[in-house]
Design a protein around this ligand. Structure first.
Ligand code: ATP
Ligand code: MG
Length: 242
């Protein structure tokens, strides 16, 4: 099955259904790590990128946003991958208008704001042949600035960094970037290049999120990936404090 077909048939597949599951807890832990890195400056607006295509950026963005909103945080998720926007499909939302329409003065914030339970979402909206002009626009920067006071977190899904530099254009709007890598797919040299580019651009790297290998394997293997002791406890059915 082609990837595109999969999205059309089962786009919601990527959402973690059980919001108290071990998978949800893993996303929750990312929030803890981000908060811990926020001692001097609160990290609330961040982009999600990865070196190449299909490494799990949208999956990570959607699940982080959905789970954090479920846990009581006020979260805004914005689809800024204006090449392969998929967030509307994941949440089963219509995408007639979205952030592109707002940035071209064809819609208001109220017009484009959509919801999935407690989560606020701005889908991409109409197709544009100039994604970088939208992503780098003052109107988008002003919107994000205005939303800072309304939300605990603003999560921006962006395209692959080694393909297009849209996430770099967001530098002045964001507090940092989460970089997604796919175990088995992402090449080491591409990750190194990505980190180099982000450092050169002086964008704070909030962390690296590993996908694919992690969720494909069993829970004990999953914990082994991050914490061997917790893996053993989980295996023995002991309570694990994340
Ligand atoms: N942690 C994960 N474990 C297993 N499969 C995953 C994981 N994250 C993503 N996937 C799967 O990998 C595929 C690509 O994921 P996704 O669309 O999120 O990547 P992407 O980086 O946003 O891709 P693109 O560059 O095309 O926007 C999807 O089929 C998704 O279901
Ligand atoms: Mg994507």
């Amino acid at each position: 099955m082609k990837k595109k077909d999969k999205w059309i048939q089962n786009p919601k597949d990527i959402l973690v259904e059980n919001l108290d599951s071990v998978y949800a807890q893993a996303y929750q832990r990312i929030q803890t790590n981000i908060d811990l890195s926020s001692i001097n400056r609160r990290m609330k607006v961040f982009a999600i990128t990865s070196p190449s295509c299909g490494e799990g950026k949208t999956t990570t963005a959607c699940n982080l946003a959905n789970i954090w909103a479920y846990k009581g945080k006020k979260v805004l998720l914005i689809d800024l991958d204006l090449y392969r926007n998929n967030i509307h499909r994941v949440f089963g939302l219509e995408n007639r208008i979205g952030i592109v329409d707002y940035c071209t003065n064809e819609a208001t914030f109220k017009d484009i704001l959509k919801h999935y339970h407690a989560l606020d979402i701005l889908t991409a909206g109409k197709k544009t042949i100039f994604p970088e002009l939208i992503v780098g626009s003052n109107i988008l920067a002003k919107l994000i600035k205005k939303c800072r006071s309304k939300y605990d977190y603003i999560i921006l899904d962006t395209p692959p960094l080694l393909m297009v530099n849209d996430s770099l254009l967001l530098k002045n709007c964001i507090d940092g970037i989460l970089c997604v890598v796919s175990i088995g797919m992402t090449k080491k040299k591409d990750l190194e290049k990505t980190i180099h580019i982000l450092k050169e651009a002086e964008i704070k790297i909030l962390g690296i999120v590993a996908t694919h290998d992690v969720l494909k394997k069993s829970y004990d293997t999953y914990y082994a990936y991050s914490d061997k002791e917790k893996a053993m406890k989980y295996k023995k059915n002991e309570k694990v404090k994340l």
